[in-house]
Design a protein around this ligand. Structure first.
Ligand code: ITT
Length: 184
């Protein structure tokens, strides 16, 4: 089956394509701008986006709302990750982390699938913010995020490696399992 992924981010699309192709699902990118409301959680942002889109385009489709959470910065940038990435970038985050001892961070991803009903899948990965950017793969904050138990940043991994451990990979795992069960 073919599924529309509503996003402006080709990096997210590549990860979903690689993950879901082994489940016989072909993913294509559909660029439709939708409102990303200011809310306290990624779930709320994703849910609002899906319901707004469902009134305007035919399903099924899915979207992904993600963020980087840094406990020492009171979980900033969190739900503001897209804006912070565009304005401050990875170097801005490194500046904020200057002199901060607790460099723990986590990524969260919410995948929201619409087929007439809303289905939510989520994933999280823990790690740390590195002292400097490393690697040229991936996208976004990947060069400064090193997952726990690894000595490389996400930007130093292949998409397949990142998918096996990442927040999005884990959300995709839940999504793929659900699709397998429900699309017989
Ligand atoms: P959409 O059109 O899908 O919304 P986006 O890039 O704006 O694309 P989000 O609204 O989910 O995505 O914002 C999340 C931000 O967090 C995004 O700008 C990325 O920079 C960053 N991000 C999300 N997932 C990431 C990942 O796997 N690795 C690195 N950075 C990530």
């Amino acid at each position: 089956m073919r599924l529309a992924f509503i996003t402006s981010n080709p990096g997210k699309v590549e990860e979903a394509q690689i993950y879901l192709s082994s489940f016989g699902v072909e993913v294509y990118q559909l660029r439709v701008e939708y409102p990303e409301i200011q809310a306290d959680s990624l779930e709320e942002v994703a849910e609002y986006g899906v319901k707004w889109l469902a009134e305007r385009i035919a399903g099924p489709f899915f979207l992904d709302d993600s963020g980087l959470f840094i406990p020492a910065l009171k979980c900033f940038p969190g739900v503001y990750s897209a804006y912070v990435y565009k304005t401050l970038g990875v170097n801005g985050i490194l500046k904020l982390m200057n002199g901060v001892g607790d460099r723990r961070a986590y990524f969260k991803s919410i995948i929201a699938y619409w087929d007439g009903d809303l289905h939510i899948f989520e994933g999280r990965v823990d790690g740390i913010i590195t002292e400097e950017p490393k690697g040229s793969g991936g996208f976004g904050f990947d060069p400064i995020f090193r997952p726990s138990g690894f000595d490389r940043t996400f930007a130093e991994m292949t998409t397949g490696e990142k998918n096996r451990i990442s927040h999005r990979g884990r959300a995709l795992q839940g999504f793929a399992t659900w699709l397998k069960e429900n699309l017989k």
